[in-house]
Design a protein around this ligand. Structure first.
Ligand code: EPZ
Length: 448
């Protein structure tokens, strides 16, 4: 079974380079097919969600040429179908950006939708609202796909009911080639929303106000090719900031936009950690006695929900009692039971939106399971702090959003490896400790 195996207790030290933002790249890949001319995307993260999108774009006929691990050239003039019904597409949520892109360009789209998701219901009513507003009709087909089509697409003034990253991006994609002006009120302002808008404008779109509550789009006739570097990943950077804090380390996190990390830096300063900002880097220096803090997740520029699990791990080892209120998703505390197996003392209220975290002095290694992407990262950070060995399974979720996560952590001194079989487990233990230390976690070792 694929898992991360780690031996805790080593403060992380050194430098780590952050990759391109997964959640920007997913929207940008969809935007890239809206022109028949070549679009070259740089700083693309090599993670499974991105590779699924690239496969889908190629399978509907676009040319997808990988220039190097982080650069692809997409030429979509050869797309021969607007029906994206491959089963593998159901493994990622963001495939729904292909609806906005195909609808915007071809006035027809039919894309298989994902199944359930661990962190909440995640409806797409606001996406459909945006499509309907500019003249499309949509329906959920018996094959579990969303079909969207339109005679014509005409700009409209849209008042979103919910601040939604996905619906904001999808509506932008559908509207950039529509007739006339579209206004999106209560737009999401995340850095990845801005990055998609920036790419579209590089392609000839006319979008203003991305990053504010109101986005204004003047439709254009067509879009042209370009070359574009994906913005650094705010959440990958934040994850390493929390890992540095949790292990009482000293880490320079490079290739970031400090502005995007301000709310995370502020929270670490509240805890008593040191944070130094540079032009394109931040340095986080942990402290042994962190103060409790309270966290409430909010749409950007509020505290990112995608940072909530990782922050809980740090607070679980802080002094005092912290509260985390999850205001975005209805089920994003799936990791609490797993962290408590390691000795954390966290309770979640009956409604499921508030976690009370009573700091403990240490974690003990255990076998835990990742329920979703960011929870997986939180459990890995916990394992880096725990006494003894920790295994984190179900790491397919982690591989969806973190490129070379174990290698980057090893580069900071962490004792961690991705292992698949008993021999690899044995090798790791022989390098890092003794069979006795790991026997509790891996009973098969007793026979060795
Ligand atoms: C994006 O998801 C991210 N995913 C998520 O990151 C992130 O947690 C989320 O934005 C919030 O920042 C990608 O970008 C691929 P939303 P998205 O639409 O777009 C409700 C990660 O870990 N809503 O902003 O799906 C929804 O249920 C992932 O990288 C509706 O009610 O999030 C939620 O409560 C996890 N109707 C809230 O809005 C809709 O039509 C915010 O969701 C759409 C959303």
């Amino acid at each position: 079974m694929l898992q991360f195996l780690m031996k805790g207790g080593t403060p992380l030290k050194g430098e780590v380079v952050i990759g391109g933002a997964k959640n920007a790249a997913l929207g940008i890949l969809a935007a890239a097919i809206m022109t028949d001319e070549p679009v070259v995307l740089e700083n693309l993260p090599d993670v499974s969600d991105i590779n699924v999108m690239l496969r889908a774009i190629s399978d509907i006929g676009a040319s997808v040429e990988r220039i190097d691990r982080h650069t692809v050239k997409i030429t979509a003039g050869t797309i021969h179908t607007q029906r994206v019904l491959f089963d593998y597409v159901r493994n990622i949520r963001a495939s729904y950006y292909l609806i906005g892109a195909l609808l915007g360009k071809y006035k027809y789209a039919e894309v298989a939708l994902p199944g359930g998701c661990a962190i909440g219901a995640r409806p797409i009513d606001q996406h459909r609202k945006g499509f309907h507003a500019i003249g499309a009709v949509t329906e959920v087909t018996h094959e579990g796909a969303l079909l969207a089509r339109a005679e014509n697409l005409t700009g409209h003034h849209i008042f979103m009911d919910v601040v939604s990253v996905g619906a904001t991006i999808n509506t932008m994609l559908a509207a950039v080639l529509a007739e006339g002006k579209t206004v999106i009120e209560s737009a999401a302002k995340e850095p990845h929303v801005v990055d998609v808008a920036n790419l579209l404008n590089r392609m000839g779109a006319r979008i203003k106000g991305a990053g504010t509550d109101v986005i204004r789009i003047h439709g254009v006739e067509k879009l042209h090719g370009t070359t574009y570097p994906i913005v650094p990943d705010q959440i990958e950077a934040g994850t390493f900031m929390m890992a540095a804090a949790a292990t009482n380390g000293d880490v320079l996190i490079r290739n970031v936009i400090p502005k995007h990390l301000e709310v995370i830096s502020a929270k670490l300063l509240e805890m008593g950690c040191r944070v130094e900002e540079y032009d394109d880097a931040v340095r986080v220096i942990g402290c042994p006695h962190k103060s409790y803090v309270n966290v409430k997740t909010r749409p950007y520029p509020g505290y990112p929900t995608d940072m909530q699990p990782q922050t809980a791990t740090v607070l679980a080892l802080a002094d005092g009692i912290s509260m985390i209120t999850e205001n975005i998703f209805e089920n994003r505390f799936g990791y609490v039971a797993e962290l408590n197996k390691m000795g954390a003392d966290i309770t979640v209220c009956e409604k499921g939106d508030v976690a009370t975290i009573t700091g403990v002095s240490s974690f003990k290694g255990a076998a835990v399971e990742a329920p979703d992407l960011r929870a997986g990262a939180a459990l890995i950070i916990a394992g880096l702090c725990a006494e003894g060995y920790t295994s984190v399974s179900e790491i397919k979720y982690v591989l969806r959003g973190y490129e070379d996560f174990d290698a980057k952590l090893r580069g900071l001194g962490a004792q961690i490896a991705m292992v698949t079989d008993e021999q690899e487990i044995l090798d790791f233990i022989q390098k890092t400790g003794t069979m006795e230390e790991a026997a509790e976690l891996f009973p098969f070792l007793a026979e060795k």
